[in-house]
Ligand binder design. Structure first.
Ligand code: PAF
Length: 260
């Protein structure tokens, strides 16, 4: 039977009872979809204990409307991870995670202020800060992150290494709908027509000869493009459709892949 901890004291008591067993961790902001299920399934296969956190982290949102609109489906999420065999769910409160407001934060390096770091001020700071807190609380052997948020995965991997965290960061492939659309909690905010159209993002990224061509093709279809860029062996993009921000990335074989 799954156990839900909604206080840090409660979680710490649970954690003490897990000493000596291998722990896998999947941090999430809820509104879980098949992409998250794949992370939990892999975590289940590789660890004795599976812990999932659900916390919508205000510090990583640069836009309050985006934060307010972020889908929240807690009961459904708990039922889903239970059906996938998770043992522990941690649902911490903002006041416990940030007891002194946002007094202490991790700052990204200026070289990270590209793509998401450039277009979403505060995003990487918010992600690194909350992930460091969660990794310290859970003290897992492994933590699972999707490649869809590629820059997040990269920054978290390097941050964990630089702070000598004992948790191994495991990258997991992006899960896609049959149309190619990358699974994302934000897809739920799209109308059915926009959801069909959104699949073109993946097509443009995989078929265009160069990033500039992908950008032009997306703009011609009515996407508002923030960036299409090639870095770290990937072609990465962020676009808006019906006011919903979508990101995706694909490997670009001719560029030397990034080594985590
Ligand atoms: O990818 C996410 O869902 C979030 O950025 C994370 C890693 C849970 C941190 O809030």
């Amino acid at each position: 039977m799954i156990h839900v901890s909604d206080t840090l004291a409660g979680w710490r008591t649970r954690r003490r009872g897990l000493e000596g067993r291998s722990i896998g961790f999947v941090p999430t902001m809820g509104a879980l979809h098949r992409g998250h299920s794949a992370l939990v399934e892999r975590c289940r296969a590789e660890n004795e204990i599976v812990a999932v956190s659900i916390f919508v982290n205000p510090l990583q949102f640069d836009d309050t409307t985006d934060l307010e609109r972020y889908p929240r489906t807690l009961d459904q999420d708990i039922a889903l991870v239970e059906s996938l065999g998770a043992d522990e769910v941690i649902v911490p409160s903002c006041s416990e995670l940030y007891p002194h407001g946002y007094r202490f934060r991790l700052e990204p390096h200026s070289s990270d202020l590209v793509l998401e770091g450039e277009y979403r001020p505060g995003f990487l700071q918010g992600v690194m800060t909350i992930v460091l807190k969660l990794l310290n609380l859970v003290r897992a052997d492994r933590a699972y992150f999707g490649e869809k948020d590629y820059q997040q995965l990269r920054v978290v991997t390097e941050m964990a290494r630089e702070f000598f965290l004992p948790t191994q960061i495991i990258p997991c492939p992006t899960v896609r709908e049959e149309s190619g659309l990358a699974m994302s909690s934000r897809n739920a905010l799209l109308s059915p027509q926009a959801r069909d159209k959104a699949a073109y993002l993946f097509q443009a990224l995989t078929t265009a000869a160069a990033g500039a061509q992908a950008r032009a093709a997306l703009e011609a279809r009515g996407f508002v493009v923030e960036y299409v860029e090639e870095r770290w062996g990937r072609r990465l993009a962020a676009v808006h459709l019906e006011g919903v921000r979508l990101i995706d990335n694909v490997p670009v074989p001719e560029i030397r892949p990034c080594e985590f």
